[in-house]
Design a protein around this ligand. Structure first.
Ligand SMILES: Nc1ncnc2c1ncn2[C@@H]1O[C@H](COP(=O)(O)OP(=O)(O)OP(=O)(O)O)[C@@H](O)[C@H]1O
Length: 253
């Protein structure tokens, strides 16, 4: 079996006396699209922040392609090929759409500018930026200030910024939060496209998006994963129905 893209072992996190993540073991394969779902307050964002090293675990380990990430800073993990989005839009509103993506590319490559490679590098950067704009359907909007884009377009740009460095593990936190049905469909298609042959880990409340995108789903309830499996397995699991999905699917209709 090939090395998993991500592997969590015995992961725990307490805030003071409250144990929020209570021992998580999870293995996510290369090129798998994996959704983490669960009720409010289950610990999804906390788990997300543990994987991306924004929080240090109380105990347990996170491995990326078999490498233990313990002690690394978020930017170091990013350089190893794991890139995350933020729930709150993370763009520079006054800069153009093009400049936002270009900046993300520059940052991901390390800003080691020297006079001698300035010109050739700048050509590569422009081509790279244009390729990303094409992928996220924002070519026609490239010269607008990012802050003037619609909400869904800003989230698309945010996804472009997340994938800009060529990371092969992409983590998205509620990518369709606050969107209309048509915006949700638009972003779901976009995510499908930009995560082709990549590993996706996504926290998402919209069950349509989850069941449309995910190869496997983990259900987090009160800091523990109560089920992991293919969408149809998870949907049919009585434990999941009882703890979460019954209510969540009803809310969709
Ligand atoms: N920095 C923190 N300090 C103390 N408690 C925290 C902290 N971050 C989260 N918590 C607590 O951890 C629990 C889980 O929160 P978390 O945001 O991870 O849940 P969630 O599943 O993402 O919820 P939602 O679906 O509402 O976003 C909550 O009870 C929250 O109050």
């Amino acid at each position: 079996m090939s090395t998993p893209a991500l592997e969590l072992n015995g992961l725990k996190k307490s805030f003071g006396k409250a144990e929020i993540i209570r021992g998580i073991d999870l293995s996510i394969g290369q090129s798998e699209r994996h959704a983490i779902i669960g009720p409010n307050g289950a610990g999804k964002s906390t788990l997300f922040n543990l994987i991306t090293a924004r929080f240090a675990p109380t105990s347990g380990t996170v491995k990326l392609h078999g490498e233990d990430l313990t002690g690394l800073q978020p930017f170091q993990i990013n350089r190893k090929g794991l890139s995350r989005s933020f729930q709150i839009t993370n763009i520079f509103p006054k800069m153009s759409v093009f400049e936002n993506v270009r900046c993300a590319l520059l940052w991901s490559q390390g800003y080691k500018y020297s006079f001698w490679n300035l010109v050739s590098r700048s050509r590569d950067l422009t081509a790279g930026t244009e390729a990303i704009l094409e992928q996220i359907n924002l070519t026609a909007r490239r010269d607008l200030p990012a802050g003037t884009l619609s909400y869904a377009e800003q989230r698309a740009l945010e996804i472009g910024i997340t994938i800009a460095g060529g990371a092969d593990v992409i983590m998205l936190d509620e990518p369709t939060a606050g969107m209309s049905h048509s915006e949700t469909d638009y972003i779901t298609d976009l995510i499908m496209r930009v995560t082709e042959n990549k590993t996706l880990v996504m926290v998402e409340h919209d069950m349509g998006v989850v069941f449309g995108l995910a190869d496997r789903i983990s259900v987090l309830v009160y800091g523990e994963i109560i089920a992991t499996g293919r969408p149809e397995e998870v949907r049919g699991d009585p434990k999941v129905q009882e703890a979460y999905l019954g209510a969540a699917l009803e809310a969709e209709h």
